[in-house]
Write a protein that binds this ligand. Structure first.
Ligand code: ZN
Ligand code: ZN
Length: 279
């Protein structure tokens, strides 16, 4: 079985319409394809789906499903979590039916002020500038704020899959901290224990690799080993914004998952998360 539950399209910041992803996924013999546009936010932005577009988004996924019975499609959102800024994830579930929700942190709220630290995107200088301006270049304080926001998301929001859980490392590129430092490992260990406690699925996200912004998966292989040990379910996510990105590094992810000793992956069947071993 071949599944991908994390993709973007022209309803949000993806570069191609839903139709293009469906066509490509069908050609690549995927069994499951999930759409996860960035959930609406109440501030000026260029990445999220507009709240008024949600009915059309869901309708288009339904229409494509009727044209492509060979592939199972799912409608979801990738919800941002910023305390006191973003909608609670239940806000979206209350309005429409989504098959699942992905939760992730892209904007970190510093302890003081209302500006947010954008840790994603293509520009390293934005990460560096935010680190200096919002955290006085104190990397430990900044990275801890990212993980604490992640802990709060896990403990307060209802969702299914945690997105690119260690994205904070992306623009670091081993310049400000190393992932084997003790204080960092303590934060990761706590995240893994909360993920286990709240029965979340972790995605092995491939976007950093094919965009060449990172030399490994989100999360790093050392964390994938922790997930294996804790028996936490995983999925492979392309986080594709173009249809040509749907299968990039998929085989490498399968190998990493097998190498970590994980025998089963998560998949959504009849509205329930279950597992499969033929991947
Ligand atoms: Zn994301
Ligand atoms: Zn995404």
């Amino acid at each position: 079985m071949k599944c991908n539950y994390h993709t973007h399209n022209t309803f949000c910041d993806g570069k191609e319409p839903i139709e293009a992803f469906v066509k490509r996924a069908s050609e690549l013999h995927f069994d499951h394809l999930g759409f996860s546009s960035h959930a609406p936010v109440d501030f000026e932005n260029s990445f999220a789906i507009a709240e008024s577009d949600l009915p059309a988004y869901l309708e288009e996924i339904k229409r494509q499903q009727s044209l492509h019975p060979e592939l199972q499609l799912f409608a979801a959102l990738e919800c941002d979590f910023v305390p006191d800024v973003t909608h609670p994830f239940d806000y979206f579930r209350a309005q429409h039916h989504f098959n699942y929700l992905i939760g992730g942190v892209h904007l970190v709220k510093p302890p003081h002020g209302s500006d947010l630290w954008f840790i994603d995107g293509s520009k390293q200088e934005i990460y560096d500038e935010g680190l200096a301006r919002l955290f006085d270049n104190n990397i430990r304080k900044a990275v801890t704020a990212f993980w604490e926001q992640t802990f709060e998301m896990i403990e307060t929001q209802h969702f299914d899959i945690i997105a690119h859980m260690d994205k904070i490392k992306m623009h670091n590129r081993d310049r400000f901290f190393h992932e084997d430092e003790q204080w960092y490992r303590v934060l990761v260990d706590h995240a893994v224990s909360l993920i286990k406690k709240y029965n979340l699925i972790v995605e092995i996200n491939l976007r950093g690799l094919y965009k060449k912004r990172c030399n490994t998966f989100y999360p790093s292989p050392i964390i994938i080993q922790q997930l294996a040990k804790a028996d936490i379910p995983v999925v492979i996510s392309s986080d594709a914004h173009k249809s040509e990105e749907l299968e990039l590094f998929y085989d490498e992810a399968v190998k990493a998952i097998r190498d970590a000793g994980i025998q089963q992956m998560a998949c959504l069947k009849n509205g329930q998360w279950t597992s499969y071993s033929d991947f």
